[in-house]
Design a protein around this ligand. Structure first.
Ligand SMILES: *Cc1c(COP(=O)(O)O)cnc(C)c1O
Length: 348
């Protein structure tokens, strides 16, 4: 179909704005690998400060942030406790096993979260039969959990558990700033108990590329060694780091609009026949809904919507919509109208 696609597929689909491109064009640059790119250095300082950590390193992707952290914290044969739906377990090409020889024990729990009791019960006995538990990992927000927020109390309690058992504590903070804005909890407070955590620049913050990993000075030095080893060290990377600086300065508070749009989308969906959605589960910018009550599958539903200019993803009868800075309130209403049409045409 002609015209602009309404892209609810993911918050990775944003295009850099004019103002962001201008900031990139004017970025001061140098040799990042030698620590001489002023824009990269500034982005890392800003992120370390935001998260209350000693240091930070700029990486090409969130996946690399997770994989380097796992490699630093864990030895082959050891185990990570994470949610069954975690990105490290399902969407990183088996990197945890391939690069680090580490396995993940996936815990159950609603909203992509697990309880402190479940984590405690999952810690392996210290004997020669069991893989030895080395790390607890949480996703803030929980992607496959529908953008659910881990409450600060649970974050702190899990941190205490990790310390008691000398486990590393890692946050996949791809959407940490969504949680910060929605919950009104400072990033530093969420970050405090973690040995390592990162934020993605290429999700709701609207940058074309990049993520920033933070931790102690010693941890970041190790991360730098691995970044170099894997070919992730860059040169005049200030061009892309400038987008990150721009995003931290301009695109954080506005995440509240994305959350309001997601909520509006879910509330509008609730009135459509054949669709089931838990509106109260929508805490940030991700909406999962189920179309089992219609004649359609995720495949036929998404294909029909794409013909009408709306991009969504899904599997089985479960559909995911993600709001971001390239989706307006009017786009949400247009997407709802298109969904209504698709449902009516399927019935006819
Ligand atoms: C997107 C995402 C990642 C990976 O980030 P990339 O920058 O795409 O590599 C990791 N964890 C979660 C929860 C994500 O949503």
């Amino acid at each position: 179909m002609a015209g602009r696609l309404i892209n609810l597929y993911s918050d990775t689909q944003t295009r850099p704005s004019k103002a962001m491109r201008l900031a990139m064009a004017e970025a001061e640059v140098g040799d990042e690998q030698r620590g001489e790119d002023p824009s990269v250095n500034r982005l890392c300082e800003m992120t370390a400060e935001l998260l209350g950590k000693e240091a930070a390193v700029f990486l090409p992707s969130g996946t690399m942030c997770n994989q380097l952290s796992i490699h630093i914290h864990c030895r082959p044969g050891e185990e990570i406790i994470a949610h069954r739906s975690a990105h490290i377990l399902n969407f990183e090409g088996g990197g945890t096993a391939a690069f680090s020889g580490v396995q993940v024990q996936g815990l159950e729990g609603p909203g992509g979260r697990f309880s402190v009791e479940a984590a405690r019960a999952a810690i392996r006995p210290k004997d020669r039969y069991h893989p030895q538990t080395r790390m607890i990992a949480v996703e803030q927000t929980a992607n496959q959990g529908g953008g659910a927020i881990w409450p600060l109390g649970d974050i702190l309690a899990l941190g205490k558990l990790a310390r008691q058992h000398a486990l590393a504590y890692h946050m996949d903070g791809a959407r940490l700033l969504n949680a910060v804005v929605a919950a009104g909890v400072p990033a530093k407070d969420f970050a405090a108990p973690f040995d390592s955590l990162w934020i993605d620049l290429s999700k709701g913050l609207g940058c074309p590329v990049g993520a920033v990993l933070a931790g102690s000075r010693e941890f970041i030095e190790e991360a730098w060694r691995l970044k170099q080893r894997h070919g992730g060290a860059m040169r005049q990377a200030g061009i892309i780091a400038a987008a990150g600086i721009f995003a931290l300065e301009h695109n954080v508070e506005r995440l509240a609009e994305d959350h309001a749009n997601a909520r509006h989308f879910a509330e509008s969906l609730r009135n459509l026949p054949g669709i089931w959605v838990d509106v109260d589960a929508v805490e940030t910018n991700i909406v999962f809904f189920d179309i089992a009550g219609s004649e359609l599958t995720a495949e036929t539903f998404c294909a029909a919507l794409k013909d009408k200019g709306v991009d969504l993803g899904g599997a089985g009868t479960r559909i995911r919509a993600v709001t971001h800075l390239d989706v307006t309130r009017d786009d949400i209403d247009a997407a709802i109208a298109a969904i209504r049409e698709v449902l009516n045409e399927a019935k006819a």
